[in-house]
Design a protein around this ligand. Structure first.
Ligand code: BTN
Length: 267
């Protein structure tokens, strides 16, 4: 499939798997839609699609994702992940941790992950992540995953006020400094590639440690909204294998992360 883009640009990222091809579009309906459309061909593994503007950006739970043209990192990474990486919890943790580490690197701020896939800085949501999968086209073909990342970079505080996004923020609105959204995107691709390399080598420990720390909830009282009901108690541990809760009113709980819809501190 030939896809017109404003630049099939060699960003020369020297990456191992991801971002060796980056398609940069001035405008797309949704970078995730294009990534999924290209997910018929495993040769597209690692392709990154970047748009300066989306006309139908998608968010979680069927919501839309809005960003003024040129204001944000709007990007999707197309993967054909091996089975251990194909889990939504792994892909979400991987993307959210990479976003946090890049924000820390360029701003010095201390981002937090809000379960499952939002990144907050100073109680403002700066990034949302949307993972979408499509089944393999051919028998035996690995399914494709589009890992979509929307990171607010240049919006002024007034944008969020006018849009009624009272909890929204951008790197610029929170720091007063200016950032180039393509530079942020390049840093993010490099970080995603480094971390992806560790995961395909079977090392999940580094990702888990960063994820646990960025969630910042172990040892705190939390409310867990799971597929099997709601629970409250002290969060004993979080790993990619289990959310472990010393529950108030029942036996200790061990839930697969994919079972947990929301995990929030009780203040
Ligand atoms: C959320 O609801 O918080 C998730 C938002 C995800 C938005 C990004 S922007 C790039 C990619 N393409 C889309 O259509 N959505 C994701």
């Amino acid at each position: 499939m030939t896809v017109p883009s404003i630049a099939d640009e060699p960003w020369s990222l020297s990456t191992r798997h991801l971002g060796r091809r980056v398609l940069i579009h001035a405008q797309l309906d949704s970078t995730n839609s294009l990534a999924l459309a290209l997910g018929h061909d495993p040769a597209n593994h690692g392709l990154v699609i970047v748009a300066d503007e989306q006309t139908a950006g998608r968010g979680q739970y069927g919501r839309t994702w809005q960003a003024p043209p040129g204001s944000s990192v709007l990007m999707s990474v197309l993967l054909f992940p091996p089975a251990p990486l194909r889990r939504p919890a792994v892909l979400t943790a991987w993307a959210a941790v990479a976003v946090c580490e890049v924000i820390r690197e360029i701003t010095g701020l201390d981002p937090k992950i809000q379960w499952p896939n939002d990144v907050y800085v100073q109680d403002r949501k700066v990034c949302g992540i949307l993972i979408e999968q499509r089944s393999g086209g051919q028998v035996g073909q690995a399914p494709a995953a589009a890992v979509g990342i929307g990171l607010n970079v240049k919006q002024p505080a007034e944008f969020f006020e006018h849009a009624g996004l009272t909890l929204g923020g951008s790197l610029q609105s929170l720091t007063g400094s200016t950032f180039d959204h393509h530079d942020v995107a390049r840093r993010l691709i490099r970080r995603l590639d480094d971390d992806h390399g560790r995961l395909v080598d079977g090392d999940f420990a580094v990702l888990e440690a960063h994820w646990r720390s960025r969630l910042g909830l172990v040892g705190r009282r939390v409310r867990v909204e799971a597929l099997n009901g709601c629970h409250e108690g002290i969060l004993v541990n979080v790993s990619l294998d289990a959310v472990e809760l010393a529950a108030d009113a029942e036996a200790p709980l061990r839930l697969l992360p994919e079972m947990v819809r929301h995990l929030q501190p009780i203040i």
